[in-house]
Structure formats: structure tokens, C-alpha cells
Design a protein around this ligand. Structure first.
Ligand SMILES: Cc1cc2nc3c(=O)[nH]c(=O)nc-3n(C[C@H](O)[C@H](O)[C@H](O)COP(=O)(O)OP(=O)(O)OC[C@H]3O[C@@H](n4cnc5c(N)ncnc54)[C@H](O)[C@@H]3O)c2cc1C
Length: 424
């Protein structure tokens, strides 16, 4: 899609002038602007978070990665865009080069472009970790500057309107603008009204130290989802110490056949800590489902190795509960890595489910006794792992370690699937 405006831009050039450095720099400068704006608007379009749109990308966490890459590419191109144009103008003297960069204030088109660039640098700075590891809430607040940046970049382009011939320019950029601005509009306005389902908290069970399982009853329609999906949960309780009206992503740990949703939440920060004691009867909204950790038609027909770390057990628990509810089995081996038995969330239920699901094997790995998960440990627990489809969900370090071990053991990259509980 980003190449579409480039094609029209190239078509409008006719026979380009490559005879002077100045002409080539001018061409590259304009091209950088065209591709940079296209990437910016596509990044905006991807921020819509419409359930289902994430599937071709391999889930929402992977879609965000594409969004980040597009945003970063866009910033780099839009930074070199004015520089190349100024270098091109310098063939006619430094004054003209300076005037290209900083024209009189009456040149609203150029100043709109500068302002857009400035806003981009501000809202993308935390994504590039310029000021250390970004704090999620600060990152999110700064990211709302993306809207004005996109509008200013569009004003800059429409006022200059010389990137493509004739009405093509207006048509192409209007289409891209519609995608980008429409997506942001959906996210900020409509998804809150029509994209979220109201639920009520019916139970709060402490399943381990610092981990609560919430049961949620639908007020109207029931969410349709698959085992392994996650949702954005927003609680509405002014009494919460933190997280009132804040949306946070959590994996559904219930079987899709259950009448209520279940979500296991580990206290990892202020909002997830506060929700541990959320009162029964609290209204919440649920947005989703997102993700495709397990392929949609996966019914454990192939041999699988699952590796979970800590609260990363939730998608596997959902799938085990679902397999039992369906009365199905499979050739599945679950390795559950925890610090010690006391931190093994759902240990009792997992053992029971493993005994009830035909063809299911379960191995615990205790970090305090055995150290990090090693290749020999995995090889001993699951000797035929090289022929298995591998699913990993846990802290990033565990995901990378296990991915590395199973890859070296002969599992090709396209048979290794992982879910990170990190979106930044
Ligand atoms: C796909 C996915 C599935 C998840 N499933 C579960 C689960 O089943 N159970 C569970 O306990 N946890 C799950 N998490 C993690 C959970 O979302 C975070 O622990 C929670 O949002 C932390 O919020 P906090 O305010 O308590 O902590 P903070 O200290 O504010 O944040 C800790 C970290 O959580 C992330 N985070 C914080 N707020 C948000 C937000 N609104 N949206 C996205 N990320 C945020 C940031 O990376 C931050 O660094 C999942 C995360 C993702 C991305």
C-alpha cells in the first residue's frame, strides 16, 4: 500500500532529470516525503484495533510490531525529507537552502510540516526509549499527539499538493487520510461505544499469592472467542486504588463453551494489584477478542509442546479447559516453569486436567531448584520435541530461551509460536 503513492509519484515525473546532483536530491527529498507520509497514515490505520484485523498479522502483539516499524520508518524518512530538499536548493546558494528549511511565517504549508515533525519526535521519543524504558501510561498519553501530527502532515501535503499530478494527489492522500483518521476515530470514539461488551464481576477467587481469577457474566451479548484469545478489560469502580476506567489486556482463561468469562490476573503493577480486590457486582467492559496464539482450527491434531512461564499459563489453561469440555485429547506435552510449587498457579487443576485429557503430559520446572530451563531438561521431559509444534507463553526472557533451545533441537521457526505479555 505504501508503494501506491510512489507509483503515482513516479508516473507523474515523466522523464526525471538525473543530470545534476541538485535535481536528484530534490527528487529523493520529495520521494522521502511521499513514502514517509504513506507510512505514517498506514501506521495510524493499524492503530484501530478492530477485532479480527490482527489475524493476518499473527495477532495484535505482532500487528503492533508492524505499527512500530511503520512509525519508525516514517519518522526517519520525514526527517531526511526537508534536509534533502534543502541540500538540493543549496546549489543556488546557502540563502535559498536556509529559506527552504525556514521560510517566512506566511508559508503555512512548510510550518505545518515542521510542527507535524516536531510532534512526531515528541510522541515517538518514548517508543525509541530515548529517556530510558518507557512507562506505559506516559507513553500512551504522549501517543495521543499522533492525531494532531497526522492532521498537520496532511495539511502540509494538501497545501503544497505537488507530489503527484493533477487530482491524483488529492484522491490518493484523501483515501490514505480516510484510512488513518478513520482508524483513529474508530479507536477513540466508536470502539468505546459499540466495540465493547458490558459484563459484571460475579466472582473473585484468589488462586495463588498475588493472582486473582475474575468471573464475568455478560449483561447483554456473550463474547465469541477461541481458547488463547485475549481481551481489553476496563473496570468501572471509583473505589479501586488504581485502574478505574483503564483498559488492560488479559488472556481469557475460560473455555469458550463456559457461560461466563474467566480471567486470571497477576499483580504486576498498580492496576493489576488493585483489581485483586475488585468487589463482586462491579461493571466492566470487555473489548476483543484479539490474538491467534493457537491456529483457529487447532484441535490438538498434531503433536504439540507447550511451555508456560508464571502467569503465561493462562492461554494453555483455557485450551485445557476447552479440550476437557469438548471431551477431546491430543498428543500434548506441557512444561510449566515456575519459581517453586507455591508459585504454580492452578497446579492442582492442571494436574487434574492433565489426567482427564487423553494423551496429555505435564511436567513442572522449578527455577529455585533447577535454575533456568535448559535444552537437556526439555530434551529429557519431551524427547521427541523436534517433531512437535511448539507454543511458548511467559516472560520475554523465558520465551527467548526456550525458542532458542527448541530451534537448536531442530524445530523450524515457523513451528514455534510465542505470545508475549508485553505490548511496548
Ligand atoms: C497479550 C497480553 C495478554 C496478557 N494476559 C495476561 C493475563 O492473562 N494475566 C495477567 O496477569 N497479565 C496479562 N497480561 C499483562 C497485563 O496486561 C499487565 O500486567 C497489566 O496491564 C499491567 O498493568 P499495571 O498497571 O498493573 O502495571 P504497570 O506497572 O503499569 O505496567 C507493567 C507493564 O504492563 C504493561 N502495561 C501496563 N498497562 C498496560 C495497558 N493498559 N495495556 C497494555 N500493556 C500495559 C506495560 O508493558 C508495563 O510495562 C497480558 C498482556 C498482554 C499484552
Amino acid at each position: 500500500m505504501a508503494l501506491l503513492p510512489v507509483g503515482f509519484f513516479a508516473a507523474g515525473l515523466g522523464a526525471p532529470d538525473f543530470t545534476s546532483a541538485s535535481a536528484v536530491l530534490n527528487l529523493l527529498g520529495r520521494l522521502a516525503g511521499v513514502v514517509g507520509l504513506a507510512l505514517l497514515l498506514l501506521a495510524a490505520a493499524l492503530s484501530a484495533r478492530v477485532p479480527g484485523v490482527d489475524l493476518p498479522f499473527g495477532g495484535l502483539t505482532k500487528l503492533w510490531r508492524t505499527h512500530h516499524l511503520l512509525g519508525a520508518g516514517s519518522l526517519l524518512l520525514l526527517l531526511v525529507h526537508p534536509l534533502l530538499l534543502a541540500f538540493a536548493a543549496s546549489a543556488w546558494g546557502q540563502g535559498l537552502a536556509f529559506g527552504t528549511l525556514f521560510p517566512p511565517l506566511s508559508d503555512r504549508a512548510t510550518w505545518a510540516g515542521w510542527l507535524a515533525l516536531l510532534l512526531m519526535m515528541v510522541f515517538l521519543a518514548p517508543s525509541f526509549a530515548f529517556f530510558g524504558a518507557p512507562k506505559y501510561e506516559r507513553w500512551k498519553r504522549l501517543h495521543s499527539l499522533a492525531g494532531p501530527a497526522v492532521i498537520l502532515a496532511l495539511i502540509h501535503t494538501f497545501l503544497l499538493s505537488r507530489t503527484m499530478p493533477g487530482p491524483t494527489d488529492t484522491i490518493i492522500w484523501s483515501l490514505f487520510a480516510l484510512l488513518g483518521v478513520g482508524a483513529v476515530g474508530w479507536r477513540l470514539v466508536f470502539s468505546r461505544r459499540i466495540g465493547r461488551l458490558p459484563y459484571t464481576v460475579t466472582r473473585v477467587d484468589t488462586v495463588a499469592d498475588g493472582v486473582a481469577e475474575l468471573s464475568l457474566k455478560p449483561d447483554r451479548d456473550h463474547l465469541r472467542y477461541s481458547a488463547g484469545n485475549f481481551v481489553y478489560l476496563t473496570p468501572f469502580d471509583t473505589g479501586l486504588a488504581a485502574g478505574h476506567r483503564e483498559e488492560h489486556p488479559y488472556t481469557l482463561s475460560s473455555s469458550p463453551l463456559e457461560p461466563e468469562l474467566r480471567i486470571a490476573i497477576k499483580a504486576l503493577g498498580d492496576a493489576s494489584r488493585a483489581i485483586q480486590t475488585i468487589p463482586v457486582g462491579t461493571p466492566v467492559t470487555v473489548e476483543g477478542p484479539y490474538g491467534c496464539f493457537f491456529p483457529p482450527d487447532s484441535k490438538a491434531r498434531t503433536a504439540e509442546l507447550w511451555v508456560a512461564g508464571g502467569v503465561g499459563i493462562t492461554p494453555f489453561l483455557a485450551r485445557m479447559r476447552h479440550l476437557r469440555a469438548l471431551g477431546e485429547g491430543g498428543d500434548i506435552h506441557l512444561v510449566y516453569a515456575v519459581q517453586d510449587e507455591s508459585r504454580a498457579v492452578y497446579a492442582g487443576e492442571l494436574r487434574q486436567l492433565a489426567a482427564e485429557i487423553p494423551g496429555f503430559a505435564l511436567t513442572f520446572h522449578y527455577f529455585f531448584q533447577e535454575g533456568p530451563v535448559t535444552a537437556p531438561f526439555l530434551g529429557t521431559a519431551c524427547p521427541d520435541l523436534a517433531r512437535r509444534e511448539v507454543y511458548i507463553c511467559g516472560p520475554l526472557a523465558l520465551n527467548q530461551l526456550v525458542r532458542d533451545h527448541v530451534y537448536r533441537a531442530g524445530v523450524s521457526a515457523d513451528h514455534i509460536h510465542s505470545e508475549e505479555f508485553e505490548l511496548l
